[in-house]
Design a protein around this ligand. Structure first.
Ligand SMILES: Cc1cc2nc3c(=O)[nH]c(=O)nc-3n(C[C@H](O)[C@H](O)[C@H](O)COP(=O)(O)OP(=O)(O)OC[C@H]3O[C@@H](n4cnc5c(N)ncnc54)[C@H](O)[C@@H]3O)c2cc1C
Length: 460
């Protein structure tokens, strides 16, 4: 029954745990990170298979100015390995009446694009004249309520619904506006209108954006380059194949039991960071903070199936000249969206071939995410054939399933997170995609924030 003492133990080797542990180590603290899987990176993993480069989780990331990940990229030398999607990453298609329609990329394109009807376009022009509602009322608004109120039904159904499906595998009718798109709620509160607020911000941020911000990025060797760089920094302080099976209080702080090669080990730590999903954290927290555990267990997650399809390029009629295609609910399809993976970055498919990444399931069709391959594959390839005009069967197929992929920021989520944090005993910290936002860079931020709390706690 070996026992080890360390200042901070981080449970979970996804991007949020790695970011937390690396930030502590850079600041001279002793830290140990344990991960139950055989690799570090959590859902971020890049695989080479039959000449294709497959991303099991995120295909790309976007970093905003001021986010900690932006500074860390150069610190880790990853800025030199960055691959940019460039203008291809900006072009997106939306399915309309069964056909892919390019989203307008400028105001003038918007006026002539068939993406909205004349009535829908005129409704958008009314936005600056619609008065704001009281902040207290907006706290409970769903994304659908907010968009319908400010921008109209057609904009909701044609653009926001497919966007929410593509990013959150969800439905605008069940997500909270304030917790999912806080920047837009803030624009309404401060400027009374999204259009007025957007113009004011554009004037304010007129100067050049910091390098690499606001761009769709990946790395040479794929997304896994990011967790790999963090894992290299941590060296032997990060270990895989070690599952935490229980946590309790000790006189010094916490005593954590973990299983490694069929043997139970114990780590005593002053700080304990749970950088795992909300339901996983709920299980470990039950004996330590039962109120926080109950709230964590109530955070829903969308299940997703990811289907990778490879085709000889000439067997896809669509030009694949963009990021991908979003699918509104009103099109009644069996997929959430398609990424044109090999158009975005080089080296994702063998010469003369194209790689498509198709998402299915989500909150509205959860059963599809867990259906057998024999059911899922014909549905997905059938949809792709009818939308992108592929001919013949794909020459490459792979399926990845995530039971609890994307946390759902339903109404009351922000308040729930505040209550969870205040129900934690001193020294216990949380990190993960349900705290500061689901993206890679927001998950990274949640890890850095947990580390900052530890750094600002006075030492004994
Ligand atoms: C299919 C998919 C596509 C996505 N696409 C994008 C995208 O294009 N862009 C973007 O920005 N974001 C995307 N995201 C979101 C983003 O990738 C995730 O939100 C983020 O990577 C989550 O990181 P995490 O560290 O919080 O969690 P995870 O990656 O889930 O890591 C948690 C880790 O904890 C480990 N763990 C759990 N329990 C224990 C235990 N008891 N003991 C030890 N270890 C444990 C798990 O094995 C796991 O490795 C996508 C997510 C998915 C699933």
């Amino acid at each position: 029954m070996p026992i080890e003492d360390v200042e901070t133990l981080v449970v979970g080797g996804g991007i949020s745990g790695l970011a937390c542990a690396a930030h502590l180590k850079r600041n001279g603290r002793t830290v140990r990170l344990v991960e139950r899987d055989d690799h570090l990176g959590g859902v971020i993993r890049t695989l080479s298979d039959s000449g294709y480069q497959i991303e099991t989780g995120p295909n790309s990331l976007l970093v905003r100015a001021g986010e900690p990940l932006l500074e860390t990229l150069s610190l880790m030398g990853l800025d030199k390995k960055v691959q940019r999607a460039g203008t291809t990453g900006k072009k997106r298609y939306i399915l309309k009446n069964g056909r892919p329609v390019a989203l307008p990329m400028s105001l003038s394109e918007g006026l002539t694009s068939p993406f909205l009807s004349l009535a829908g376009k005129l409704r958008l022009l009314k936005e600056p004249f619609i008065s704001r509602i009281e902040p207290a009322q907006s706290q409970d608004e769903t994304v659908a309520d907010f968009v319908r109120r400010r921008l109209g039904d057609e904009f909701l159904e044609a653009l926001i619904d497919p966007f929410v499906k593509g990013v959150f595998a969800s439905d605008p009718r069940i997500l909270s506006m304030a917790d999912t798109f806080p920047r837009l709620v803030d624009l309404e509160e401060r400027y009374g209108s999204l259009v007025k607020g957007g113009l004011a911000l554009a004037r304010k941020n007129k100067g050049p954006a910091p390098p690499l911000s606001r761009e769709i990025l990946s790395f040479e060797g794929g997304m896994e380059a990011l967790p790999r760089a963090l894992a290299e920094e941590l060296g032997s302080d990060a270990g895989s194949n070690a599952e935490v099976i229980g946590c309790s209080r000790s006189d010094w702080g916490f005593k954590t039991a973990l299983l490694f090669e069929d043997e139970t080990y114990y780590i005593r730590s002053r700080h304990l960071v749970l950088a795992i999903s909300a339901p996983q954290a709920a299980e470990l927290l039950e004996p330590l903070a039962p109120d926080a555990a109950t709230l964590l267990a109530g955070i829903p997650y969308a299940p997703v199936a990811v289907v990778y399809l490879g085709y000889p390029r000439e067997r896809i009629a669509h030009p694949l000249d963009g990021f991908g295609l979003l699918v509104p609910s009103r099109e009644r399809r069996k997929i959430l969206g398609i990424l044109f993976s090999s158009s975005l970055f080089p080296g994702r498919a063998p010469e003369g071939h194209a790689l498509l990444t198709v998402f299915a399931g989500g909150m509205n069709q959860p059963r599809l995410a867990t259906s057998f391959d024999e059911e899922l594959l014909p549905l997905v390839t059938g949809e792709v054939e009818s939308i992108l005009k592929t001919s013949g069967r794909p020459s490459y197929v792979r399926i990845q399933r995530w039971g609890g992929a994307i946390p759902q920021t339903t109404p009351g989520h922000g308040q729930k997170v505040v209550s969870i944090q205040s129900a934690l005993p001193p020294g216990l910290h949380l990190a993960g995609s349900y705290l500061a936002g689901v993206s890679v860079s927001q998950s990274f931020t949640s890890g850095v924030r947990a580390a900052e709390k530890i750094l600002t706690t006075p030492k004994d």
